[in-house]
Design a protein around this ligand. Sequence first.
Ligand code: SF4
Length: 346
Amino acid sequence: MAEPILSVRRLCTWFHQDEGIVRAVDGASFDLEPGHTLGIVGESGCGKSVTARSILRIVERPGRVESGEILLRRPDGSVVDLVKLDGQGREMREVRGGEIGYVFQEPMSSLSSFHTIGNQLIEAIRLHSDMSKKAARDRAVELLTLVGIPRPAQRVDSYSFELSGGLRQRVMIALALAAEPRILIADEPTTALDVTTQAQILDLLRKLQAEQGLAVILITHDMGVIAEMADDVVVMYLGRDVEQGPVETIFHDPAHPYTRSLLQSIPSVLAEPRSRLRTIEGSIPHPYARPAGCPFHPRCADAIAGRCDRSLPEPTHLGARHAVSCFLYGGSGVPALPAGLLERAE
Ligand code: SF4
């Protein structure tokens, strides 16, 4: 197995608020393999977006990466811990947008309305290379072609507000690829789009991933998107990875009660017409009321009284690449979180 291109280890990103500390990400660990798509999935509020922002070191105040490691492996074999870099410093700016491209949910808030998309692309290209303006403009047209923008030589002079939602998201992907990154982070890239456009953007991401050999982190709340796109899956709940493994294992042999609940809530073509979708019992705890012990225990039908509400399960390996944090599979636990620490995710 190839060495991971990115390894996240026991990442904690907390928000220091007047009311207390909110642990949005609380000990998440996972690996991204070169050329693989890693899907990070969980309900809204599980910390997946904060994880992406932590990797890019763009967590907004009062949040900050508290501890853990984000290890980026370079082609020469050297490894840099992004947590140790200054989030606003030169080296991190070169990583962000250079080695790691990113696409977020709402392109309108990421694209400028005052500059043509061509100028934004040219700026992104020249930020990470010494290309002349003319060469960068040619490259911008090439990138628009690559992401399937019709009439790219004309569209390069358009403004973002002149484009449809789907075309804007394609421009965002072109921007993310401007510096030829090795990793692409896509955070709910299709959520704001209609169903047809969603499918087109996912197709495009899949094609680019294969053609460019990119390693992709795809963040979504949608298990259907994971099934279609991911090689490997990390299931997150309240800031922790609760299960991870290859996509086939997660879909055919899910171990964690939360993963099983997520899978049961997917619409199935085999379901009886008009049958009701199963929903996950209960709701994500209030940000300021994180349960002690396993964070899923108040919603878990399999919870073991006296154990699940007292200690936090550590990961147990069920296979070479399949791990679960749940006492149903044995494994050790750590004492419950100290009372009084407040928590929120995303
Ligand atoms: Fe359920 Fe206990 Fe497993 Fe948590 S550790 S998922 S509460 S069985």
